[in-house]
Design a protein around this ligand. Structure first.
Ligand code: ADP
Length: 645
């Protein structure tokens, strides 16, 4: 006698949602049913290894068949099956955490369209089949039971359970497909091609063969034969001619023996899987067994994806669990600065139906992510050491990401990444690392010098280079907006402090010269005070320079915010108008300084004009624009006329 039972409340809500789902990705039901089948076989297999009495099987398989006439799709496995209680408990109730989590989310999202996204993010298991089926029959027999059962439901209020005869342990699920409507063509699941491509897409690497029952097309001859036979006898119905086709490749490339494969195999896989026309720059295969077990196959593309720096770009690795595809872009697996990395992680320690939220918090995932990060970084270090040319080509494409990696999170990753950073310098032909810079430092050199500039030529023309050139010290040339921020975060490299050539005190003079400047400062105080007074709204200070030897003046900033930082910050939205503190430096050994003294002695009132002109020039040299270009030009003309008199 059939027994009718009520679904539990939560299940009802989930079923309701599935039935009324407008979710376009209805096809995921197949993945869910196949992975349940694969789990059931896993369990059987495991038990057969541990329990002697159990009949061993070596024909594990998942069979898919369709009946076009009755519009049914059947998925059958020879796994562990379900007992009566298991059937009621597993299919009558939502027990698993993923689904519960899913329900919670759903309540939050409520009427919202977010529902659609939510389904996509969760494995919703068996019930997802109601997205495509108006009725489902489950025929199952547990390995431990003599009796088989039939579970039938339309997914509404109730389900029914009957006793049936079933020879083998295992489960057979028959879906009565919904009728096509304007929004969706359910008949597509009766199409071989659809099923084949869905299996390829979602379940290719399931370890057991997924076989499709093909109705063999009869040749003309065979047809004739059949006709004849029919005519000759009234024998029982003709057995249909059937054949199975295995749809999945079963062993994923990342599980195959490395030694059997060549680079080109991995490259081919990359191109297919990640839709890139060119070979990757390199791949990394990581196999970890221990506390957490997983395999990762990672790729660094040779070119940045066209949208890498757009907001739409989604980072992440594909995530598999025991060969079953879980999601396409698991962003928890990659830090932001490695957003360009492509690849996948396959772990036997994850639960297929784990929800997004739980996944984010998962310790296992975190461990894997940490390890993946370290692997990629060490691979890049290796590349830099062994094939610098190749590393350079990588760095030109992705170096900016690494720089952000150093800077992000208040420098949390700076020690991991600092040796991957390269800069051009004034004297080196090729880019060099901090390490190389330090190795080549002059004996008396205390600091690592840097400056923000377009290129070498621009740096060499800077007045601030005067004293540095005299010492022959090399200078790192910073070109990206993030660079000065990165240097600030690093603070030091190998105990050597960084020093900007146009900020603060360069500290390069010997004691005698320092003393001399000090004396001069006293001596020339009235002039300096007059200049300061004239520029009091523009600069913090006017001082005698310790860095200029050949040039007349320059503008520097005091130790806090630099000019470059000011430019970057002010170009950002919501910039707070952060300004670098300006200091005008004058070279006391330059003829101009003598000229200023003369002007001051003869006509103190005109010193203000001179001060403003000097300041404007210094601004221009620093790449700023002058406050009032017309005024600047007029003053300049006046001065020239005066000089000609
Ligand atoms: P999940 O697979 O995440 O547990 P499902 O709703 O898909 O969620 O399935 C619920 C339970 O039903 C499974 O945990 C399993 O115990 C049982 N089940 C589902 N399909 C099968 C199957 N083909 N063979 C044996 N048991 C199954």
């Amino acid at each position: 006698m059939a027994k009718v039972m009520q679904f539990k409340t939560e299940s009802k809500r989930l079923l309701e949602l599935m039935i009324n789902s407008i979710y376009s990705n209805k096809e995921i039901f197949l993945r869910e049913l196949i992975s349940n089948a694969s789990d059931a076989i896993d369990k059987y297999h495991y038990l057969s290894l541990t329990e002697d009495k159990l009949p061993k099987k070596n024909d594990y398989e998942i069979l898919i068949s369709m009946d076009k006439e009755n519009k049914t799709l059947t998925i059958k496995d020879n796994g562990i099956g379900m007992t009566y209680d298991e059937l009621v408990n597993s299919l009558g109730t939502i027990a698993k955490s993923g689904s519960l989590e899913f329900m919670e989310k759903l309540k939050e999202a409520n009427q919202n369209t977010n529902e659609i996204d939510i389904i996509g993010q969760f494995g919703v298991g068996f019930y997802s089949a109601f997205m495509v089926a108006k009725k489902i029959e489950v025929r199952t027999r547990s390995l431990y039971a003599d009796q088989g059962y039939l579970f039938t439901s339309t997914g509404e209020e109730t389900f029914e359970i009957d006793e049936i005869n079933k020879e083998d342990s295992g489960t057979e699920i028959t879906l009565y497909l919904r009728d096509n409507n304007e929004e969706y063509e359910y008949d597509r699941f009766l199409d071989e091609w659809t099923i084949k491509s869905l299996v390829k897409q979602y379940s290719d690497y399931v370890r057991y063969p997924i076989k499709l029952l093909k109705e063999k097309e009869e040749t003309e001859e065979e047809q004739k034969e059949t006709e004849e036979k029919k005519d000759q006898s009234e024998t029982k119905d003709q057995e249909p001619i059937v054949e199975y086709e295995t749809l999945n490749s079963m062993t994923p490339i990342w599980k195959r023996n490395k030694n059997e494969l060549e680079d080109k195999d991995y490259n081919e896989f990359y191109k297919q899987k990640f839709y890139d026309g060119s070979d990757p720059l390199m791949h990394v295969l990581v196999n970890v067994e221990g506390k957490v077990n997983y395999t990762a196959l990672l790729y660094i593309p040779s070119q940045p994806p066209y949208n890498l720096y757009s907001e739409k770009y989604e980072k992440g690795l594909q995530l598999y669990c025991k060969g079953v595809f879980i999601m396409d872009k698991c962003k928890e697996l990659l830090p932001d600065y490695l957003r360009f990395v492509k690849g996948l992680v396959d772990s036997s320690d994850l639960n297929l139906n784990i929800s997004r939220e739980l996944l984010q918090k998962s310790k296992i995932l975190k461990d894997i992510a940490d390890n993946v990060e370290k692997k990629i970084v060490s691979k890049l270090e290796g590349l830099m050491k062994n094939d610098f040319e190749k590393y350079l080509s990588f760095y030109k494409n992705f170096g900016l990401n690494l720089k952000f990696g150093v800077y992000d999170d208040f420098g949390a990753k700076k020690d991991l990444l600092k040796d991957l950073i390269l800069y051009n310098t004034v004297y080196e032909e090729q880019m060099i690392s901090f390490k190389q810079y330090v190795e080549k430092m002059k004996e008396d050199q205390k600091y690592i010098y840097y400056v923000s500039a377009k290129n070498k030529e621009a740096v060499m023309a800077m007045p601030q280079m005067d004293v540095i050139k005299k010492h022959g010290y090399d200078v790192l040339i910073l070109t990206d907006d993030v660079d000065e921020f990165l240097i600030r975060i690093l603070d030091k490299y190998d105990d050597k402090e960084f020093k900007s050539i146009n900020q603060g005190d360069l500290d390069l003079l010997d004691d005698e010269s320092k003393e001399k400047i000090k004396e001069l400062n006293e001596e020339k105080k009235p002039l300096l005070d007059a200049l300061k007074e004239a520029l009091k709204d523009e600069v913090q200070d006017v001082i005698l320079s310790k860095r200029l030897t050949d040039s007349a003046v320059c503008l520097v900033s005091s130790d806090g915010v630099s000019f470059e930082m000011e430019k970057v910050l002010s170009s950002m939205p919501n910039s707070q108008g952060v300004k670098a503190e300006r200091v005008l430096e004058i070279n006391p050994n330059h003829a101009l300084f003598n000229a200023l003294e003369k002007v001051y002695l003869n006509d103190p009132t005109s010193i203000a004009d001179y001060a403003n002109l000097l300041y404007s020039q210094a601004l221009i040299m620093e790449g700023f624009s002058v406050k009032d270009p017309v005024e600047f030009s007029n003053k300049m003309c006046e001065l020239m006329i005066k000089a000609a008199k």
